[in-house]
Design a protein around this ligand. Structure first.
Ligand code: SAM
Length: 221
């Protein structure tokens, strides 16, 4: 099938570019064993986030939507010894499984999981005057994409990067017949961005083992 074709394509490229990794395999296996849905970023996307964080010298990272901590581990590994990642999760089971995976990955000293609805918990985070965040990865309930985006803007430094996952949704976001909440949440963010002069952004659509979707990549000017 076409899905198998793209999964094979991802795996082919990964076989040259991404080393097998017991820690990340454990995180996925442990998540599945605890009944978490299989909706983490793909291996190549995880590596992409890791490369991006290192490319911009990120020291402080925000993540909305922890799940089992798979993307968290990729991002935390990009941080220097004194780096910090704060990740927001509403589901206690997800947060507990993520904490175990993060401990197993040896990055627990850099990662803090904040439990609760991120619209509330993010609003309580103060902007650090000397150490604002460098990078935000938004990957939670898509209805609240715009709220999360605005909070990330508030908390990031100039030159910081905001990535929003799942903005293409197999092309459904651009299909006016599709009215689901997630697609609507992406459209609301896009409408906002049309007039937001503080950021420059583009959508990078991708295809691979996680089907057809895309990242929004926004740079704070
Ligand atoms: N970033 C993760 C990864 O790639 O490994 C995947 C995150 S998963 C797609 C979305 C997560 O957002 C779920 O664990 C879900 O429980 C969480 N979530 C949903 N609504 C939320 C909310 N209002 N506040 C915080 N987290 C929320």
């Amino acid at each position: 099938t076409i899905e198998e074709n793209w999964a094979r394509s991802d795996q082919y490229h990964n076989s040259f570019l991404i080393r097998p990794d017991e820690t990340l395999d454990f995180a996925l296996k442990n998540s599945a064993e605890h009944g978490l849905p299989s909706i983490a970023v793909s291996t190549s996307q995880g590596k992409y986030l890791n490369l991006l964080a290192r490319s911009i010298g990120a020291k402080r990272i925000l993540e909305v939507g922890t799940l089992g901590g798979y993307s968290t581990i990729w991002l935390a590994r990009a941080l220097p010894e004194d780096g910090k990642l704060i990740t927001f999760e509403i589901d206690k089971t997800h947060a507990d499984v993520a904490q175990a995976n993060i401990n197993h990955a040896g990055v627990s000293s850099k990662v803090q999981i904040i439990l609760g609805p991120a619209t509330d918990t993010l609003a309580k985070v103060e902007r650090h005057p000397d150490h604002p965040f460098d990078l935000a990865f938004i990957d939670a309930d898509k209805e609240n994409n715009l709220t999360y985006f605005l909070e990330a803007k508030r908390l990031l430094r100039k030159g910081g990067v905001i990535i929003v996952d799942n903005v293409v949704r197999r092309g459904r976001v651009a299909d006016p017949e599709v009215k689901d909440e997630s697609s609507e949440g992406v459209r609301k963010l896009l409408r906002h961005l049309k007039d937001d002069r503080d950021v420059d952004a583009t959508t990078i659509a991708w295809v691979g083992e996680k089907s057809y979707d895309g990242f929004l990549y926004a740079l704070l000017k």
